[in-house]
Ligand binder design. Structure first.
Ligand code: ATP
Ligand code: MG
Length: 587
């Protein structure tokens, strides 16, 4: 006990055992103190005496085995005593994750990732627990300046030690929250939003698929977020302030064609080319009317410039019916005649479909040139101190979900991309239930692939423009591999499915793969925090958010004893289903 300020100080009673074998980053410990072993769980920390007095190698427990070994009694003197006896052998396997030094030059209590040396055979190993654990974890908290700290909860190994991540690193290079249904993902999201809301200008857009984050924007509950809703069929007439439209002219050429064009049609190339040429001409016309001479010089068919969709239809119909003129002036079949029929009818069907109202039936002002800037400012702006925005997609039909999420994400990213670098406030898109619209590429259809492209681009290059993703999903094996593999931080909650555990395993560094064995055993709200936002992977219990999302797990058994089914409510639900809006049932 030479240095009392050292974070790790062990006495003989804390000796767990000795190193018996080393294999690259794995170490096996022969446990001599089996009482200590009962206190250490998977994910617990072990300190191994290093090459100097001041150094310990830190390992995280992956696996514990106990077996019986036949042994000759040591003190047998006569042949008669030569009876084999069974002795229990406890082995603990750990992954080396870092090096701790009590002093390093001028500095004290230094922890760094990675083992500087291999542990020697027979070196002493200690369990890091109670006051040692608290002081040790304190090093990590201290590592991050106060204003950069993202407190997520406490360590499972010691509930008094705070689990702190670097807020910067967590958001910088994409993160993911993964776990089976009911494992606590939505609560974790609410907690992270709550922490971010304490900052002056947080800029997070939450893609809320079930409308469960509404309480976070509820003034009666001291909510801190602004909430928007994608226009449902019921919002087309009476529009509230919070209703969002995504007019068709925001879509670039590929997005539009992925919805309207049938690529198996033999006339598909003609249809695509007529569409492109008319849209370009119509956008040009708008620019002329608006007097935007500069824009008109350089815009492309993909530029978000309003144009009347009716005019587009008219032009396509004219193409489809115009006869050609032969060399002798006689009437011949026109160049495009009858070639656009199916394209036109597919487009018409979309225009009439009220589910697509948010796109094809926008209010008049949403077709004005200045609308986009105003609308984007509401989504990316400070909103009177409410930088966290929740976008409710709950009434968007599932087949259009990829178009809406993809287009919105791309628009926001493009705006951030074109913004002057010194003016950019970083933005995070939080994609809840990501498996619904960020599927594995092989399983995706044309529309989904289009949307996927937008998100994958953000995943690959967003960092440079201060634009990141926070992906949340209960089915990691169904989420785009490209996107997940770009994530640098993971909050892995309980995961019971084998395929899903496999995904996490592949995303983790090899040396830590053994830790995935605790994933199915985690309690609700418990998580394995991995990545560069924390200095070492740890098993933590997440704090409960103050404002909880509307995601309560129902008590089936209790409710079957008390909650009587209500026939009026059923009738209202049927009407809502017919009208595709919840509002009529609220009347
Ligand atoms: N940190 C926590 N502390 C205490 N209870 C929690 C915590 N997190 C979650 N729970 C409990 O678990 C329930 C389910 O949590 P949550 O809604 O976050 O699950 P989920 O992972 O989002 O599920 P789904 O994938 O179905 O959306 C909550 O209603 C709450 O009762
Ligand atoms: Mg959830």
């Amino acid at each position: 006990m030479s240095d009392t300020s050292a974070a790790l100080q062990f006495s003989e009673t804390e000796l767990l055992g000795k190193v018996v074998s080393v294999d690259t980053s794995r170490v096996a410990v022969d446990v001599s103190n089996s009482v200590l072993l009962t206190r250490i769980g998977i994910g617990g920390l072990i300190a191994i005496r290093g090459s100097t007095q001041h150094e310990y190698l830190i390992a995280i427990t992956e696996r514990v085995t106990r077996s019986l070994r036949d042994e000759l009694p040591e003190d047998s003197e006569s042949d008669e005593d030569l009876m084999l006896t069974s002795v229990p052998t406890d082995l603990l396997r750990g992954a080396l994750i870092g090096t701790y030094r009590t002093v390093d030059g001028e500095k004290k209590n230094i922890f760094k990732r990675g083992a500087d040396s291999f542990p020697q055979i027979d070196r002493e190993c200690y369990v890091i627990e109670s006051s040692n654990l608290q002081r040790f974890m304190g090093i990590f908290g201290a590592e991050y300046p106060e204003n950069e700290r993202l407190k997520l909860g406490t360590f499972v190994a010691d509930r008094t030690a705070e689990a702190i991540a670097s807020g910067d690193k967590f958001f910088q290079r994409h993160a993911a929250i993964l776990g089976s249904t009911g494992s606590g993902k939505s609560y974790a999201v609410a907690l992270i939003l709550e922490r971010a809301a304490k900052l002056k200008y947080p800029n997070i857009l939450v893609f809320d698929m079930h409308g469960e984050y509404a309480p976070l924007a509820d003034d009666d509950k001291n909510g801190f977020a602004t909430r928007f809703r994608i226009a449902g069929p019921g919002d087309l007439k009476n529009r509230g302030d919070d209703v969002l439209f995504l007019p068709y002219w925001l879509l670039n050429r590929d997005e539009m064609l992925s919805m309207v064009l049938d690529r198996s049609d033999q006339n598909a190339p003609n249809q695509a080319s007529r569409f492109t040429s008319h849209v370009r001409a119509l956008k040009q016309k708008t620019l002329e009317i608006e007097g935007k001479v500069d824009v008109a010089r350089t815009f492309t068919v993909d530029s978000p410039i309003p144009y009347p969709i009716g005019d587009l239809l008219q032009r396509l119909r004219a193409d489809n019916t115009t006869k050609g003129v032969g060399q002798k002036g006689q009437e011949v079949k026109g160049e495009w005649e009858d070639k656009l029929t199916r394209f036109i009818s597919r487009l018409e069907a979309k225009l009439e479909d009220r589910r697509y109202g948010f796109m094809f039936m926008p209010p008049a002002q949403a077709n004005s040139y200045s609308w986009l800037a105003t609308q984007t400012a509401r989504l990316l702006g400070a909103n009177d101190g409410r930088g966290i925005k929740i976008i409710d997609f709950s009434e968007v039909p599932s087949d259009v979900l990829p178009v809406v999420t993809g287009t919105l994400a791309r628009m926001l990213y493009d705006v951030q991309f074109w913004m002057a670098p010194e003016k950019r406030t970083p933005v995070t898109l939080l994609c809840d239930e990501a498996h619904l619209y960020l599927p594995v590429r092989d399983d995706a259809d044309a529309v989904q692939r289009q949307a996927l492209g937008a998100f994958e681009r953000i995943a690959k290059e967003g960092r440079k423009y201060g634009f990141s993703l926070l992906v949340v999903s209960q089915r990691p094996s169904d989420v785009s591999k490209t996107i997940l593999s770009q994530c640098n931080n993971f909050l892995a909650l309980r995961l019971t499915n084998d395929a899903d555990q496999g995904v996490i395993k592949r995303l983790m560094p090899d040396s830590l793969a053994g830790l995935t064995s605790i994933l199915p055993l985690l309690d609700t709200g418990e998580a394995l925090m991995l990545g560069d936002a924390v200095l070492l992977p740890s098993r933590i219990k997440l704090d409960k958010p103050v404002i909880t999302p509307d995601s309560a797990t129902r008590d089936f058994w209790k409710d079957w004893g008390t909650q009587e089914p209500d026939n009026d409510a059923i009738a209202n639900a049927v009407e809502s289903l017919r009208s595709q809006t919840r509002s009529s049932s609220a009347l």
